[in-house]
Design a protein around this ligand. Structure first.
Ligand SMILES: O=P(O)(O)OC[C@H]1O[C@](O)(CO)[C@@H](O)[C@@H]1O
Length: 400
């Protein structure tokens, strides 16, 4: 029997560590940002005050008794974690539950007039409306007439590096330039620390029969290039069907929901030039069922994908390829553990029920599948910053 590798689960308790800074600094900053984004009433301000106190100095509070998803969270570990310090439980769990309680505080789950109002929507829309987005869309015109393989590769890289568009990440990266280009990687270290793109293309041949499951990450300037890639794969027969997995409710600040997919497709259809054509084709693909959107509750679970429920496992099993976008999905795919970076990506994703790929910029310390030379070069050039700075990326594939 093959040995299943393991490594310590990331916790948030060590002062000075990256997870600790997320819990101690990023979460209070997110509460501030949300408070300033809407003219909330006194009840919501009081609830946000209470959450701030709880998540910085208090303990994990249970959900209200009438919460619609109390049983689900109990099954996801709340029963064992309620009453414990936020910093002492798995980092993935405390981050995830923080977003659940933030939505509770602003009345997102209702009942009441604030039900369904996404507290992160103003930031998401600002990003979609930014001039940078216009420029990125205008650049699509130059791809018209380019050979298929070249255009598809450009769109794959657009989707990959689009993962830097993460509004939560930028709250902590404000002092650095989180939008810096791939050329930021020093001369001795590659922008792409692993590149299995050939294996990825081999799983999506232009035969027109495959189903791609794309597990989306951020809305706005990540989702737009994801959708452009989807349109390209459908247009050129590399996928007959695409299932886009989004979050059932706002999460990790900028994670995409169905409303964000609608905004992104509308943004494309309203654009001039080639972008408009991509938007129209996506619209048609949604209308005739080639592109469907899925919002499974487990997409917002505080658990690794190794613990996914049977229905989701069956769904992924039917896909020709499942692509996980972004840092958080990567953490959940490989388990949120401090792996030695040379741990095999194939070994840690061996539980997955079909071919699987990760497209991700590195924004947390979780990484697998590097070769020893690359790891050593990165450590020498950048100490540990390469793991969290968002300036490096990877394309990894298993089960090809
Ligand atoms: O949007 P992404 O790429 O999933 O990144 C989420 C970010 O949030 C974190 O979980 C920290 O809050 C990091 O792992 C990552 O930087």
């Amino acid at each position: 029997m093959p040995e299943i590798p393991t490594a310590p689960v990331l916790l948030g308790g060590e002062p000075g560590s990256f997870p600790h800074s997320v819990l101690a600094e990023r979460h209070p900053a997110i509460i501030r940002q949300v408070r300033e984004a809407f003219p909330y009433g006194p009840e919501q301000h009081r609830a946000l005050d209470a959450l701030l106190e709880s998540c910085t100095e208090g303990v994990i509070e249970p959900l209200p008794v009438d919460a619609h998803d109390r049983d689900r969270w109990t099954a996801w570990g709340l029963a064992g974690y309620a009453g414990r310090c936020w910093f002492d439980v798995p980092w993935l769990w405390s981050e995830s539950y923080f977003y659940r309680l933030l939505l509770e505080a602003v009345g997102y789950f209702g009942p009441g007039p604030w039900q369904g109002i996404d507290p992160f929507r103003p930031a998401k829309l600002a990003e979609l409306d930014a001039q940078d987005t216009d420029e990125e869309l205008a650049a699509l015109d130059a791809l018209e007439g380019v050979p298929d393989a070249e255009r598809s590769a450009a769109l794959l890289h657009g989707s990959l590096w689009g993962n830097r568009a993460d509004l939560g990440f930028r709250l902590s990266a404000a002092s650095t330039d989180a939008r810096a280009t791939a050329a930021d990687a020093t001369q001795d270290t590659p922008g792409l620390v692993a590149d299995d793109s050939e294996a990825l293309w081999s799983l999506l041949p232009p035969s027109g029969t495959g189903t791609l499951c794309l597990v989306a990450d951020n809305a706005g300037r990540e989702l737009v290039p994801d959708l452009l890639l989807v349109a390209d794969l459908l247009d050129h027969g590399r996928a007959a069907q695409v299932v886009l997995h989004v979050k059932p409710y706002p999460y990790y600040v900028s994670d995409a929901t169905t409303a964000d997919v609608v905004d992104a497709v509308r943004r494309l259809t309203a654009a001039p030039g080639a972008a408009h054509g991509y938007g129209r084709r996506l619209w048609s693909a949604m209308a005739d069922g080639r592109l469907t959107v899925r919002a499974h509750p487990f997409s917002c679970a505080p658990l690794p994908y190794a613990e996914m429920p049977g229905d989701l496992r069956e769904e992924f099993a039917t896909g020709t390829l499942t692509v996980f976008k972004g840092d958080l999905n990567y953490r959940r795919l490989v388990g949120d553990r401090l792996w030695p970076p040379t741990t095999s990506f194939a070994d840690v994703t061996a539980y997955f029920p079909g071919p699987v790929a990760a497209l991700r910029t590195l924004k947390s310390e979780v990484v697998t599948g590097l070769d020893a030379r690359t790891e050593a070069a990165l450590d020498t050039a950048e100490d540990r910053r390469w793991r969290t700075g968002g300036t490096h990326a990877l394309i990894q594939v298993a089960g090809a």
